[in-house]
Design a protein. Structure first.
Length: 287
């Protein structure tokens, strides 16, 4: 995959990223660079189309964005589709055991990106300088690595390690229930200052976008295989309403009759003077 050249068609002024457009790679038509704005929009539609509970969509959408910006295969995960456990749980997790500064969590067979918002909340909610969470019954465990990038914005350090169950006792976790004794993900949060980049622009963008990979992507975009992106783009359309008389009537202020025909715009024939409507003709005379 070659380095992409930002182009937005003839006459481009190089400001395509600010307009939120997808950039076609001029040197390699097999790849695209996506703006964060478009990546966020299509991801939100995809999650809705794949059946994730609407209340869970915004948080998962943002973590998909951070994961893809960090080089994790988040869009490929969406291409494979959410599982039934993801749709049923929609990010809900259960605390199976706890001890001071440590939790054992049942992810109910859901994917790491779907439960990542809840895991992040739990890490922050438990008091102590060091908090450990074991996440069991979790799918696509490698995508949980996105959480390592969330600590920088929050002033903490988060370490994510896909691990076997025999790691749990060494990490100071309570005894694991049998259902969670398989492989899982070990999360450790330390309340200490993370190492920050020296670039002033990244420091400025970090609190605005929520992770260093996303801060870099504000200027560079997120490089993605074109075939994968357009496939997801088409799938995301299933979240949109089909065109109908009803949808046309709810598409803003356009006047539409019962047959879906757009009615003439009469606003130019009405003057409002002192709160009183006065009809007028084109030649200035009164009717």
């Amino acid at each position: 995959m070659t380095s992409a050249t930002l182009t937005s068609g003839p006459g481009s002024d190089g400001a395509a990223d600010r307009l939120g457009r997808t950039w076609q790679n001029a040197s390699d038509a097999a790849t695209l660079r996506l703006s964060l704005r478009e990546l966020r929009l299509i991801t939100e539609r995809l999650l809705q189309a794949q059946g994730l509970a609407l209340g869970a969509v915004p948080a998962v959408r943002d973590l998909v964005l951070h994961a893809q910006a960090a080089g994790l295969p988040a869009l490929q995960f969406l291409a494979e589709g959410l599982g039934q456990a993801d749709r049923d749980g929609s990010g809900r997790v259960e605390i199976a055991a706890e001890a001071p500064g440590a939790l054992v969590v049942d992810c109910l067979g859901q994917s790491a990106l779907v439960v990542a918002p809840a895991l992040l909340d739990l890490l922050q909610a438990v008091p102590g300088e060091r908090v450990t969470v074991w996440a069991g019954r979790i799918e696509h465990a490698g995508l949980a690595a996105v959480l390592t990038h969330q600590g920088t914005d929050r002033g903490v350090v988060i370490t994510v390690t896909p691990a076997a169950a025999d790691t749990a006792p060494a990490a100071g976790l309570p005894r694991l229930p049998k259902a969670l004794a398989g492989d899982g993900v070990l999360l450790v949060m330390e309340r200490r200052s993370p190492e920050l980049p020296a670039e002033p622009e990244l420091l400025r963008l970090l609190p605005l976008v929520g992770s260093l990979p996303a801060a870099r992507a504000v200027h560079t975009g997120v490089e993605t295989p074109a075939a994968l992106w357009w496939s997801l783009f088409e799938q995301s359309a299933h979240a949109l309403s089909t065109e109908s008389v009803t949808s046309l009537k709810h598409a803003g202020a356009t006047a539409v009759d019962d047959n879906g025909v757009i009615e003439p715009d009469l606003t130019d024939d009405v003057d409002f003077v002192g709160g009183t409507a006065m009809n007028s003709t084109n030649d200035g005379g009164q009717r």
